[in-house]
Design a protein around this ligand. Structure first.
Ligand code: UT7
Length: 335
């Protein structure tokens, strides 16, 4: 789907983030599987990632990120009437992690549910929340994106283990007088679903020989990523009547610095417009884009009036872009 925002202006009015304390370096991984710091940095740009403590679950990361977002927006939990948590690693299949978060922040009037769209989850969730706020169904939405992928990784598979990390970001969406979201482009290609999946995680039976861990055909996902990161960004810009030159801040999904560099080069973004933090966090799935937004807020790049382009891609296979004229005076520290 592709759509230009119409009618009411809706924007991000609060931003928060949270990552687990534990830093896991490439050298430590080299002690677990047959890999090296050099290989990981060369092929992915990743230097380290955060790993959740055994007692930490997705609702814990979500709650910490949400509290910061609420504070940044200057609103209380009871002011929120929609909570969406975009994740593929909820605390459990049900109840929804969003319902647990809503309860803990005191959002007693809120509808709350989880959304699964792989690493694109945050993009899908902000589009949904935009629609609900713009359409007047709700006044104020809290959207969390994050994952604890360390729980579903095969810790003896070097081809996936080195790529991912844990973390979450959260945003508050509400009506504003001007600016805010200009448009969205979202898509899915189920035929590519087999390239990135978690077998035996639902009602489909798999052979006992298929391990119940995140399974990925890295080369195929790489090809897909380099294609959609460019086509989705171009599509949303065209739909909104904007060009790459109009964009001040480019926030791509943080999967691999080679994918980011390829997309930025093809689209024509100079380095200073591109937000990169994959080196510090690895691929945090749905946490990636809100964590990158928090970084851009922290280093002063997200100022009212700035045009921000976000593009995500991931399991599904899915992709999604949003264009927003930033309206919020951010005071968050760099993620
Ligand atoms: O959010 C979306 C999720 N995923 C992605 O975006 C991932 C997309 N894919 C990628 O980023 C890249 O394909 C990878 C980083 C996963 C792999 O990079 P690559 O340059 O495509 O490497 P490759 O798969 O072609 O493997 C090259 C070699 C292989 O050895 P041989 O067959 O050439 O002898 C692998 O076995 O590198 C080997 N290899 C490793 N070596 C050291 C694979 N993983 C590792 C490792 N350490 N961790």
């Amino acid at each position: 789907m592709i759509a230009r925002a119409n009618g009411n202006h809706v924007s991000i009015t609060g931003l928060g983030w949270h990552v687990p304390e534990r830093v896991l370096t490439n050298d430590e991984l080299a002690g677990i599987v047959d890999t090296s710091d050099e290989w990981i940095r060369d092929r992915t740009g990743i230097r380290q990632r955060r790993i959740a403590a055994p007692e930490e679950a997705m609702s814990d990361l979500s709650l910490a990120a949400s509290r910061r977002a609420l504070e940044d927006a200057g609103v209380r939990g009871e002011d929120i009437d929609l909570v969406i948590v975009a994740t593929v690693t909820p605390d459990m299949m049900f109840p929804a992690t969003a319902a647990l978060v809503a309860e803990q922040i005191g959002a007693t009037r809120a509808a709350a549910y989880d959304l699964s769209a792989g690493c694109t989850g945050f993009m899908y969730a902000i589009a949904q929340a935009y629609g609900m706020v713009a359409g007047g169904l709700v006044q104020r939405a809290l959207v969390v994106g994050g994952d604890i992928l360390s729980r579903i990784l095969n810790w003896s598979d070097r081809s996936t283990l080195v790529l991912f990390g844990d973390g979450a970001g959260a945003v508050v969406l509400e009506r504003v007088d001007e600016g805010g979201f200009l448009g969205f482009e979202l898509g899915a290609d189920g035929a590519g679903g087999r390239e990135l999946l978690l077998p035996s995680s639902g009602s489909r039976k798999f052979e006992d020989s298929v391990p119940p861990y995140l399974t990925m055909n890295g080369r195929e996902v790489f090809k897909f990523a380099t294609r959609v990161m460019v086509s989705s960004a171009e599509a949303v810009l065209e739909e909104c009547g904007r060009t790459v030159e109009d964009v001040d801040v480019y926030v791509p999904h943080q999967a691999n610095v080679r994918i980011i560099d390829h997309a930025a080069r093809k689209l024509g973004f100079p380095d200073e417009k591109v937000v990169v933090n994959v080196d510090r966090y690895g691929n945090t799935s749905s946490g990636s884009i809100p964590l990158a937004l928090a970084d851009a807020a922290g280093d002063g790049r997200l100022q009212p009036g700035k045009l921000v382009l976000m593009t995500g891609m991931g399991a599904g296979l899915t992709w999604g872009s949003a264009l927003i004229e930033w309206t919020h005076e951010t005071n968050g520290a760099t993620a």
